[in-house]
Ligand binder design. Structure first.
Ligand code: HEC
Length: 255
């Protein structure tokens, strides 16, 4: 009896913990990444080099590797994806790593910390989190210097770098009562107060594509791995039939 009870409690623990630690965050959406959709990843790569590479590196990948995987010819990679220069002022070579030109010292001074490398961010944070984070910036005058906060990353040190696309949104709150009757305000929505160049659905699509690119970046071999996996399963099924037929053949005379 005691053991059953312990077992039951053990099974319930994650559920209880989830309820207790359910720090409400907004937005809270989920996305699907289509690994066949290279066009989406190409658009994401474009957004990435234009809006993110100035502060963040993706220093575990190279421009030409990204080009190859996403089906972008070298000359187009040079034209549309490489905007950085090396120390001599020459355009970064296509075989180089995707590094930011911002020095860590400068970043430290400007933001108080060095923006993290984003090569593996889709693995550590997950695609849903990224999708919500990049759509979650809202106006907050109490944040000195950057003037924005974020619905999934409270007091984030990153400015809203996509403001010209998304515009500026104001937070909406909802009152939630806990069991003791204490009221707290939780973030429950946004309202655009200064429109950007994109509509909401266009912006969502842009972020979806950017996250698709980050997902690719974090695991460039994913597709190969999945294809190999399918091949192996098909082979094993085929082999099962063969092995069974062989077994029947061998045991035919015994029975
Ligand atoms: C102006 C510089 C700057 C630009 C441009 C910028 N970021 Fe950031 N980013 C930061 C800083 C600084 C932080 C660290 C924030 C913190 O820890 O408080 C950060 C943090 C992040 C994080 C959270 C990392 C983590 O898990 O702690 C993600 C994800 C991110 N940035 C993605 C992006 C993407 C995608 C873009 C391009 C759309 C971008 N950033 C553009 C400065 C920048």
């Amino acid at each position: 009896m005691k053991r059953t009870l312990i077992l039951l409690l053990g099974l319930m623990a994650p559920a209880l913990g989830f309820a207790a630690g359910d720090a409400h965050t907004y937005p809270d959406d989920e996305i699907e990444i289509d690994w066949e959709d290279k066009a989406a990843m190409q658009r994401g790569a474009r957004t990435f080099v234009n809006y993110c590479l100035s502060c963040h590196s993706a220093a575990y990948s190279r421009f030409n590797r990204v080009g190859k995987d996403l089906g972008i010819p070298d000359d187009l990679v040079r034209e549309y994806l490489i905007f950085t220069t090396d120390i001599n002022g020459d355009k970064t070579k296509i075989g180089e790593l995707m590094e930011t030109t911002m020095t860590p010292e400068y970043a430290e001074e400007a933001f108080g910390l060095v923006p993290p490398d984003l090569t593996l961010i889709a693995r550590s944070r997950g695609v849903d989190w990224l999708y919500n984070y990049l759509r979650g910036f809202y106006v907050d005058p109490s944040r000195e210097g950057i003037g924005v906060n974020n619905g999934v990353f409270a007091n984030v040190g990153m400015p809203h770098v996509l403001i010209e696309l998304q515009g500026l949104q104001a937070p909406k709150y909802r009152i939630v009562k806990d069991a003791d009757g204490n009221e707290t305000e939780v973030l429950s929505g946004f309202e655009i107060i200064e429109p950007g160049s994109m509509s909401k659905s266009e912006y969502d699509q842009t972020i979806h594509d950017l996250v698709a690119f980050l997902d690719y970046l974090a695991e460039p071999y994913k597709q190969t791995r999945e294809n190999v996996g399918v091949g192996v399963i098909i082979f094993l099924l085929f082999f099962l039939v063969l092995a069974y037929a062989l077994k029947r053949e061998y045991w035919k005379d015994v029975h």
